[in-house]
Design a protein around this ligand. Structure first.
Ligand SMILES: NC(=O)c1ccc[n+]([C@@H]2O[C@H](COP(=O)([O-])OP(=O)(O)OC[C@H]3O[C@@H](n4cnc5c(N)ncnc54)[C@H](OP(=O)(O)O)[C@@H]3O)[C@@H](O)[C@H]2O)c1
Length: 337
């Protein structure tokens, strides 16, 4: 079979501040016939995630930066077209990090075969994949959540946040969540959130802290941090003694061009005996089977509502990525090819 042409997106330049279309370059690549040990895959679903913004910066981190001129990478679910490896056959569903392109040929070693029929394939990029796992380990292990506690999650209507909120409800917790629009707050109420707060109503942390204190007069036990900035300051003010803050992300600062000021009430960690701990989901992969067992059981029992925002076509990938920073997604942001 001849080479397969594949539209792909490359990093055209490193963004400073908010990225835009000029930072992405469309190109035509190709997926050649697979030799021994290689597999040719046509992508079906692409994931865009906030961490990709960090990889556009040339700095040391837990993942290497993207190279200017190289194809971007990201989670993808695809179908095997043809295979030179005995473990993969045409029609198999596979996950890879070779997103931002329509098709590719790669070593079988970089592919993970997906079970069919357990959940829809794209769920492995969301609720049953990295974002779901982030919510699960961040809340239960880092947040050390106990049944019946009071939980606050920011970016509550997003991929990670909406799962955090629902796991906390499964654990019989009172849940407070923030989001950036009234429609998102309605969505949060529809998935059981007790207090949904549109943070755009507040210009600084004091207003948000007041709203948190009204929602949780006894204080917050666990804050699942996705946003940073005024959210963290407000949460510290509203935490209960011995509260835990699981720092998952700080998206409010990802496009900042200068260092953001830290929370001005950090000293309150002392009298409140707070624990603040950052985490990276990949550190918890050894426990992925326990996560998948719980999550598929919860989805099957109707305890988790799966929400996705889907754009169609490879050429929508940059727009899908940029929408994470304008808040145009509710639930997991995906591109369907
Ligand atoms: N530590 C880890 O291993 C790990 C793994 C996955 C994700 N994360 C982090 O988890 C967080 C959520 O990721 P996700 O994939 O679930 O994304 P997401 O929440 O589905 O999408 C991002 C959301 O962030 C909100 N947002 C964007 N800019 C904001 C700002 N300036 N202030 C307040 N809110 C803002 C928007 O919602 P609104 O409309 O509500 O503003 C947007 O929809 C991110 O911080 C990400 O980096 C960490």
């Amino acid at each position: 079979m001849a080479d397969l042409a594949s539209i792909e997106y490359r990093l055209a330049a490193r963004p400073v501040g908010m990225p835009n279309d000029s930072h992405f370059a469309r190109a035509i690549g190709s997926a050649p016939e697979p030799g021994p040990g290689k597999v040719r895959v046509r992508n079906l679903w692409l994931s865009v995630d906030p961490y990709m913004r960090g990889r556009m910066v040339d700095r040391e981190s837990y993942v290497p930066p993207f190279e200017v001129g190289a194809v971007l990478e990201g989670g993808a679910v695809g179908e095997v077209v043809d295979s030179g490896d005995e473990n993969f056959a045409p029609g198999d569903l596979v996950m890879s990090i070779l997103g931002w392109r329509e098709a590719f040929t790669a070593s079988a070693k970089v592919l993970q075969k997906l079970p069919k029929g357990m959940v829809p394939p794209q769920a492995f990029l969301g609720v049953a994949g990295m974002p779901g796992m982030t919510a699960y380990f961040g809340l239960l292990k880092i947040g050390a959540l106990r049944n019946g506690e009071t939980v606050f999650v920011s970016a509550g209507a997003g991929a990670v946040g909406s799962i955090v909120a629902q796991i906390a409800k499964i654990k019989e917790c009172k849940v407070i969540a923030t989001a950036g629009s009234d429609d998102k707050c309605d969505f949060l109420r529809s998935i059981g959130v007790d207090h949904a707060i549109n943070y755009k109503a507040f210009s600084d942390s004091r207003g948000l802290e007041k709203a948190l204190r009204a929602a949780a007069p006894g204080g917050i036990d666990v804050y699942f941090e996705n946003v940073g900035g005024m959210h963290l300051e407000a949460a510290i003010g509203a935490m209960r003694p011995f509260g835990r803050i699981a720092v998952c992300g700080m998206i409010a600062g990802y496009n900042a061009t200068s260092a953001e000021p830290g929370p001005n009430n950090l000293v309150m960690m002392i009298p409140k005996r707070l624990r603040i701990e950052g985490f990276i989901v990949t550190d918890h992969m050894a426990e992925a089977p326990a996560f998948l067992a719980d999550m598929t059981q919860w989805i099957g029992a109707g305890k988790i509502t799966v929400k996705e925002t889907v754009l169609d076509g490879i050429d929508q990938t940059p727009a899908a990525f940029l929408s994470l920073f304008s808040g145009d997604n509710t639930g997991k942001m995906l591109v369907r090819l």
